[in-house]
Design a protein around this ligand. Structure first.
Ligand code: FCB
Length: 488
């Protein structure tokens, strides 16, 4: 029996279900200043005192840039049919300027390598590494960045579009907008209140611009976006403050993206939760121009959903002192704020659920509920779970044959419980087409640096050795059988 799930139903997946593993450029590539790459906002941010645990940076990371063929072979050996990776904008258009053939050549080789191993490339165009020069010019608060992004997206599409069919415009724009411009936990580390909503609008608009351009060039390509979504519930359902806090989280996390993308409009509740807030004297609504919402709301071929945990905010139980990112606060020396505009009085008290190494609560039923509620509330395109996974304090050991191993039983239980939740959503009629584990390999976990390990493959950062963990073997078995092992 899985300690994290009491679901013992038979768990076949549909025949064409896509099994994959995911990474992101800044988290794995390294080679930060090679072949013409220039600084992204994460190169800058990671050098700010106190921004990232232990002063870690992505300068070397997993050295994937140089070890890519072996990593692709490893992925294939584990039986994954798809690799979700992202393109580093400052590698292919350094400083946001002209295309850089040497940078593009890396992704060209990567795509060829994947196809040679019969692995489907699943490209994310933006996983947070904005060229620093564009941030200096205003970043996602400047509408011009939208045009720069559309140009960049077409550069990549021109280079890889003959072989890549699946395109994700953005990964988790919530983090870019709200951790980047409201909370300051992520690059560029700004704490400017409702600016997060303005950044969100520009990110959505950039998505819409890229979709329109790519669609007109390659109508047969599959275009989508990946959102990190949560199930938000009041910590205390009888407390009106907690109920309002949960609504604020739902609005400023889920609906700020879902409604414009899938309904072509911002929900009135978003305006209510940001009433009276301005950035440099303007409301976020003043940044929305006629025609924007038509672009943003154009049909999608798929929606990527990343799920890690649910969230139960409170405005009263402040004494527990647990913030959004868990009690293992990653940024002790930098001033940060709530990533929810107007949410500085919110805390996220523990609910007694099991937690991961990051102190994130483990709530697999939340994934089931999230998928069912999305399907109920929106006219959804096919859904892919594009990230799900957990950090635990892995221990490198030696097995009976003398080989190095990591017996990450908690992570195995985590994956198993969440896959049962996906299976339950499928049984309830939600059109889930695939699942990507986060992550193929331990990597640079943003503000937590290398301290938190999310990989199904262990990375010894000193030697760059790769050691598949028990969770990799578990997922390989599941992918090969296209079903979960029997339990009970
Ligand atoms: C998500 C990010 C991904 C990774 C996981 C743990 O928010 O998309 O890059 O850091 O969290």
């Amino acid at each position: 029996m899985n300690p994290l799930s009491d679901d013992t139903r038979p768990a076949e997946f549909p025949p064409a279900f896509l099994w994959g593993a995911a990474t992101a450029s800044y988290q794995v590539e390294g080679a930060a200043f090679e072949d013409g790459r220039t600084a992204s906002i994460w190169d800058t941010f990671s050098r700010l005192p106190g921004a990232v645990r232990n002063g870690d940076t992505g300068d070397v990371a997993c050295d994937h840039y140089h070890r890519m063929p072996a990593d692709v072979a490893l992925l294939r050996d584990l039986g994954f049919a798809s690799y979700r990776f992202s393109i580093a904008w400052p590698r292919v258009r350094p400083d946001g300027g002209a295309p850089n053939p040497a940078g593009l050549a890396f992704y060209d080789r990567l795509v060829d390598e994947l196809l040679a191993h019969d692995v489907l490339p699943w490209v994310t165009l933006y996983h947070w590494d904005l060229p620093q020069t564009l941030e200096d010019a205003g970043g996602w608060l400047d509408r011009d960045t939208v045009e720069r992004y559309a140009d960049y997206a077409l550069t990549v599409h021109d280079a890889l579009g003959d072989r890549v069919r699946h395109w994700t415009t953005f990964n988790e724009p919530w983090c870019s907008a709200f951790l980047g411009y409201t909370g300051g936990q992520h690059a560029p580390g700004r704490t400017e209140g409702v600016a997060g909503v303005i950044a969100a609008h520009h990110l959505l608009l950039a998505h819409g611009r890229a979709v329109a351009e790519i669609r007109s060039r390659a109508p047969e390509h599959q275009l989508g976006i990946t959102l990190n979504l949560t199930v938000a519930e009041p910590y205390d359902a009888a407390d009106p403050g907690d109920v309002a806090a949960a609504t604020r989280v739902d609005q400023l996390w889920n609906r700020v993206f879902l409604d414009p993308l899938l309904r072509g409009k911002y929900d009135d509740g978003l305006a209510a939760h940001t009433e009276g807030m301005t950035w440099r004297g303007r409301t976020w609504q003043e940044f929305v121009v006629d025609g924007d919402l038509e672009l943003i709301g154009a049909p999608l071929d798929f929606l990527g959903v990343n799920y890690y945990h649910g969230d139960a905010p409170s405005t009263r139980a402040a004494s527990t002192g647990r913030d959004l990112l868990g009690s293992r606060v990653a940024h002790p020396e930098r001033p940060t704020r709530s990533p929810f505009p107007g949410g500085d009085d919110m805390v996220f008290p523990r609910r007694g659920l099991p937690v991961t190494g990051l102190d994130w609560e483990v709530q697999p039923e939340g994934l089931h509920r999230l998928l069912v509620e999305l399907d109920r509330d929106y006219d959804l395109p096919p859904v892919y779970v594009t990230e799900n996974g957990a950090a635990y304090d892995d221990v490198l050991g030696v097995d009976e044959t003398g080989a190095e191993c990591v017996e990450d039983v908690e992570r195995v239980a985590f994956f198993d419980a969440h896959l049962r939740a996906v299976r339950a959503a499928l049984a309830d009629g939600v059109d889930v087409r695939g699942y990507f584990a986060w992550s193929l390999i331990d990597n640079f976990e943003w503000a937590y640096g290398y301290e938190q390990r999310f990989g199904i493959v262990y990375c010894d950062f000193a030697t760059q050795r790769r050691i598949p963990k028990a969770s990799a073997r578990y997922l390989a078995r599941v992918a090969a059988a296209n079903r979960l092992p029997d339990v009970g």
